[in-house]
Design a protein. Structure first.
Length: 168
């Protein structure tokens, strides 16, 4: 079967929207790891009152009351991480997002999920400057400043400085 090509002759990176969505889902799932707990090996001598040695316990996945494995987010959602997981570049992601019908929705939702993650990081108070840098450079957010100009018969007030999404 011959690969479908774009106008420039380059083979398409993703054959179907479903193929792309499956890889996107795998990327986000890979950002989570199971919570591991130490379980004391049964030695027949009861539970030790001292710190355990490595050969006295095993690590098991923690489970909730319904038997589901408890997961934690071990990696941040990023555009670069998404591009790496899709074995492509940020540039190709942007081209697909902007030019490929069908693929566009999957990529826009994936990018929105990364943006939502970054935006929520603003509220945890950790590395806010880095998060702001990311939002400005990857998602088009801009600083908005307030300037008051007054003169004879004129009084203009602009909003105060806030980091806001770009509404173009």
């Amino acid at each position: 079967m011959e690969e479908e090509k774009d106008k420039g002759g380059r083979p398409l990176k993703f054959k179907t929207v479903e193929d792309l969505q499956e890889k996107i889902d795998l990327y986000f799932a890979s950002c989570y790891k199971p919570v591991l707990i130490q379980v004391v090996k049964d030695t027949g001598r009861g539970k030790p009152l001292r710190e355990l040695k490595a050969d006295e316990y095993i690590l098991e996945e923690k489970k909730d009351d319904n038997g589901n494995i408890v997961m934690y987010q071990s990696e941040h959602f990023t555009i670069t991480g998404l591009a790496l997981a899709l074995d492509t570049s940020r540039k190709v992601l942007c081209e697909y997002k902007d030019k490929r019908r069908g693929f566009s929705n999957s990529l826009k939702r994936a990018k929105l999920k990364c943006e939502n993650y970054a935006e929520n990081r603003l509220y945890d108070g950790k590395n806010v400057a880095g998060v702001i840098f990311n939002l400005k450079n990857n998602y088009g957010w801009k600083d908005k400043t307030e300037t008051e100009i007054s003169g004879e018969g004129v009084n203009l007030i602009m909003p105060k400085s806030n980091l806001l999404p770009n509404k173009e």
